[in-house]
Every structure is written in structure tokens, then in C-alpha cells.
Write a protein that binds this ligand. Structure first.
Ligand SMILES: Cc1cc2nc3c(=O)[nH]c(=O)nc-3n(C[C@H](O)[C@H](O)[C@H](O)COP(=O)(O)O)c2cc1C
Length: 309
């Protein structure tokens, strides 16, 4: 089944979205920090979303996640062994929901209110992209860089007897050098292609910055979890003392702009290209669906197909 994408109302909504995206302010100096603000390049946000409609699987996955408190997913990337052969690499990560609509816990919002202009970004964007946070010193980011950003994320939501597999590409944001860092620039370019404007928020779009988006994810961590970004280098032998005296286990970070922790903190955004749902509720009639993102001249659309399980 192809999702309807050509009705008059949807075309109207697409035109409206394109108009709004064209209206986004392009001034990086509008960011309080400047370095992580919106790019001055004309391309910034004026690039229309390649996914102008909500993905047909999004609301169901969102509802499944909402029914599963503290959900984790398995993240797979491609690594290379000593013989330079590609090898799968998997690990558990905490899913942080759809970018950039993270729901902050009250302590996190209080920290944002006290330390970030306006308490954070206005809620002007939504997307079908899932997010998680990581430490730039871990292996997964170089693996993404070396493999065309390929990623697969898997949830097994036992209470719902549902498996979800999200395949696509992933990009990390949060480098304190902002768009001056090549990989940060690439990430922002790729992520913004799949951002959608919510509602009629033209005047608020200019207030939105990448810096605030990342800081919100940092604020959503407890002070001890923020402190983990000041840990000694992950994955290095414990016998070797860190060269930087700032790097210790068990630190608490209250400053949302702590330079040592923010040097290492990244938000990873997954841009889905293929999604699969396996429903094992009825063992005698298991169900499986696949959605694939198809590129078209008028943007992308999702092709839905039910499969034999
Ligand atoms: C329950 C649980 C949640 C985790 N959440 C994260 C996370 O959100 N981000 C992360 O980078 N690592 C997380 N980890 C640690 C990873 O599984 C992994 O050990 C770490 O990211 C290093 O992996 P890498 O070197 O392959 O990148 C979590 C581990 C567990 C067991």
C-alpha cells in the first residue's frame, strides 16, 4: 500500500511547509553562543524537508515507546577488524525519542530555565528521526563516519510483543566548534533535510538554534550522568591514568555548558530509510510490516508492505 501523498489538502500542506522553511532566519549570530547557532549559509533550513508528511509508522512506534518506560534499543554500526574486514558492532543505548521533541524531566527544565535563554528552543520542529546521546570518545561515532553513517536500531518491547527495526543513517551533533567542524556541518545539513515545521510558528523559527537543541539533551541527564562525560577515556586501559586531571569517575555536573563534558557530549540522530515492525501478539498469526522510504521528484514517501513473518 502506498501512503496517499497527492491529495489536494496534502499538497496544500506541503506548499505551506515549503513556504515556512524558506522563511527561516539564516543568521548564525542569532544564537547566543554563535558557534552552534543556525548557519549563515543560504542552505540553512531553506532546504525543504524531504519527508514533508509524518511517516505512517511514526505514531504507532511513538505510542509503543510511551507505553514502555525507560526504553533502550540496540544500536548496530559497522566496524573494521585488524584485517580491515567489516564487522558488526552492537551495544545498548537509551532511546531519547524523536528529535528534537525531547520531553524534559522537571529538574532538567529547571536547569534550562536558569541557564539557557528562553528556557530552550521554541517547539517549532518535529521529525521521524530517533535520537540517543553518546560520548564522542566511544567507538560508534568513528564507525559511523567510516561506513557512510550506516546504522540499524532494534527495539524488543516485550510487554507489547513488538519488535521494531529502524535502518538508515545517523549523524552526531554537539561539537562545540559548531559548523566550523566539518562533521558537525554535515550532520546539521543531513538532519535538517528531515525536519518538519510544526503548526504556524514562523516568528519562532528564528529563535531555534542547534546549540539549544543539544543543551536540552544534556539537561535531560542527571548531574551524575552529565559527569560521565568527564570520565577517563572510555574503552582505554584502566591502568593508564588520564592525561587531563579533569577526567575522573563519579563527578556531578550542574553547569549545562561545562566545557569539559560538552567537548565529549553528542546527540546522535537516526534518519530512517527502512522500518520494520514484527507483531508476535498472536503466535498463530504473527504479523510483519515493512516501510521503505522512496525518493521521488516531489520529495520522499513511505511505501508500506505487509510481509510473511
Ligand atoms: C542500559 C544501558 C544503557 C546505555 N545507554 C547508553 C547510551 O545512551 N549511550 C551510549 O553511548 N552508551 C550507552 N550505554 C553503553 C553502551 O552499551 C556501550 O557500552 C558504550 O556506548 C560504548 O560503546 P562503543 O564504544 O561501541 O561506542 C548503555 C548501556 C546500557 C547497559
Amino acid at each position: 500500500m502506498l501512503p496517499a501523498s497527492t491529495s489536494a489538502s496534502q499538497q496544500g500542506s506541503l506548499r505551506l511547509t515549503l513556504r515556512r522553511l524558506g522563511a527561516i532566519k539564516v543568521d548564525s549570530e542569532s544564537s547566543p553562543s554563535g558557534s552552534l547557532g543556525l548557519s549563515t549559509k543560504a542552505a540553512i533550513m531553506s532546504t525543504p524537508s524531504e519527508n514533508p508528511q509524518r511517516a505512517p509508522w511514526r505514531d504507532l512506534l511513538h505510542s509503543h515507546l510511551e507505553q514502555t518506560p525507560g526504553y533502550e534499543f540496540t544500536i548496530s554500526t559497522i566496524g573494521y577488524n585488524a584485517q580491515q574486514r567489516p564487522v558488526p558492532r552492537l551495544r545498548t543505548c537509551g532511546c531519547r525519542g524523536f528529535f528534537p521533541e525531547l520531553e524534559l524531566h522537571p529538574d532538567g527544565q529547571e536547569a534550562m530555565d536558569q541557564q539557557v535563554e528562553g528556557g530552550g528552543n521554541p517547539p517549532v520542529f518535529e521529525s521521524d528521526m530517533l535520537s540517543f546521546t553518546t560520548d564522542a570518545r566511544m567507538d560508534k561515532l568513528p564507525q559511523l563516519e567510516a561506513s557512510g553513517h550506516a546504522i540499524e536500531a532494534v527495539f524488543w518491547l516485550k510487554d507489547l510483543m513488538a519488535q521494531w527495526r529502524i535502518k538508515g543513517t545517523a549523524y552526531a551533533i554537539g561539537n562545540p566548534s559548531g559548523k566550523d567542524a566539518e562533521e558537525e556541518n554535515t550532520s546539521r545539513t543531513e538532519i535538517r533535510k528531515a525536519l518538519r515545521v510544526k503548526g504556524d510558528n514562523n516568528s519562532d523559527i528564528a529563535k531555534w538554534t542547534w546549540e539549544k537543541a543539544v543543551t536540552k539533551y544534556f539537561a535531560n541527564h542527571s548531574p551524575v550522568a552529565r559527569g560521565s562525560f568527564r570520565n577517563p577515556p572510555p574503552g582505554q586501559p584502566r591502568s593508564s591514568a588520564p592525561s587531563q586531571p579533569d577526567l575522573k569517575l563519579g563527578q556531578k555536573v550542574l553547569d549545562l555548558h561545562d566545557p569539559v563534558a560538552r567537548e565529549n557530549f553528542r546527540v546522535v540522530i537516526i534518519r530512517p530509510e527502512e522500518v520494520e515492525r514484527l507483531d508476535l501478539t498472536d503466535q498463530e498469526n504473527c504479523k510483519r510490516w515493512n516501510w521503505t522510504l522512496i525518493d521521488g521528484s516531489d520529495g520522499s514517501r513511505w511505501n508500506e508492505m505487509e510481509l510473511w513473518p
